[in-house]
Design a protein around this ligand. Structure first.
Ligand SMILES: [Zn+2]
Length: 338
């Protein structure tokens, strides 16, 4: 809408300037178009008044920037003091992602109920004793299952969960741990930005309250210098369509939605994200048949490099704000037995 107004204003202004510098040109145009000078002036004045009215009305003054995230400010990492590590922890048919910078850390999801110890030990092995941010993307067990153990074991700055409620014991366990720790749940607000060291992350979804739990997933984009990630949790096509309206989805790494289910990674969304890497957090021979072959085909067609936790184990991306590399840990058994 803003661009349309800008263009119309520019057009009117250009017409007026030409009219001032060379009135004959305008009159000539008026004559060729079988219009007289009076008509041309009338047209300009009416146009300007109309634009002024529209701009002053609620329609014209809608501030879209307030609702949708802007391009985050590039990070100055020229002194090379900061880094970003993104760990896609192998928790089988579930999600758990640890993000670490030189100074800060955050956790997105904590696997199934029985992954609690594994995740707590993994975080300790990475020297974590405080998590600046924790996100429980949505109340399904394969995302918040081990979250109570994480909350019980670490000090936490801010915890985010969608407004979507659940009556499961898993969900109640998490709420109890939050309550015992004296924490307050922050509801996600689309467009809200947070710093993580010199990186910055923005909430992209959910933009509304969905009745489907998966679509209630908190989705974020993380930017560190030239490198960027989108973590989609289990958001499905409905939420993806909403995210497309925000623009600026382009990212190097896409955490593929819903473990590679056909319900997510719609063609338009994938095209907009245009990732180099797609990470699929998925359990070997899972009962859902994830990842679905259609999603693999879509990714292959777009020439995206697919990295799967069922094949590679834990996948760790390392960025210096410029170059992005990854490494893998085949088995976490040694860490979980510590
Ligand atoms: Zn899931």
């Amino acid at each position: 809408m803003d661009i349309l107004f800008f263009l119309l204003y520019s057009l009117c202004l250009l017409g007026l300037i030409i009219g001032l510098i060379n009135p004959k040109a305008i009159i000539k145009w008026g004559n060729t178009a079988k219009r007289n000078r009076k008509k041309v002036v009338k047209l300009f004045v009416t146009g300007l008044i109309l634009l002024y009215i529209l701009q002053s009305s609620s329609l014209g003054s809608l501030d879209l920037a307030e609702n949708y995230p802007e391009e985050p400010t590039p990070v100055d990492n020229s002194d090379g003091t900061d880094y970003l590590k993104v760990h896609f922890i192998d928790v089988g048919q579930a999600d758990s992602i640890l993000i670490v910078t030189a100074s800060d850390s955050m956790l997105i999801d904590a696997g199934n109920n029985n992954d609690g110890d594994l995740i707590v030990n993994y975080l300790k092995s990475q020297g974590i004793d405080y998590l600046d941010y924790v996100i429980g993307t949505h109340p399904h067990e394969d995302h918040i299952g081990g979250l109570d153990d994480v909350i019980d074991s670490f000090e936490i700055g801010k915890i985010f969960m969608p407004k979507h409620k659940s009556t499961t014991k898993t969900f109640e366990d998490v709420l109890l741990s939050i309550q015992n720790k004296g924490l307050k749940v922050t509801s996600p607000k689309v467009g809200a930005k947070y710093n993580l060291g010199q990186a910055e992350w923005t909430i992209l979804a959910p933009s509304q309250e969905y009745k489907e739990t998966n679509n209630s997933s908190i989705v974020i984009k993380l930017v560190f210098g030239n490198n960027s990630f989108i973590f989609t949790a289990d958001a499905e096509e409905k939420s993806e369509i909403e995210m497309l309206k925000t623009g600026n989805l382009n990212s190097d790494v896409l955490k593929v939605g819903h473990h590679g289910s056909i319900t997510s990674t719609s063609y338009d969304f994938l095209k907009e994200v245009n990732p180099t890497y797609a990470v699929i957090s998925v359990g070997e021979a899972n009962r859902y048949g994830h990842p679905h072959k259609e999603v693999i085909e879509r990714l292959t067609e777009q020439k995206v490099k697919i990295l799967r936790t069922d094949e590679l184990g834990t996948i760790i991306f390392i960025s210096d704000g410029d170059e992005l590399q990854y490494e893998t840990i085949n088995s976490l058994e040694s860490i979980s037995n510590q």
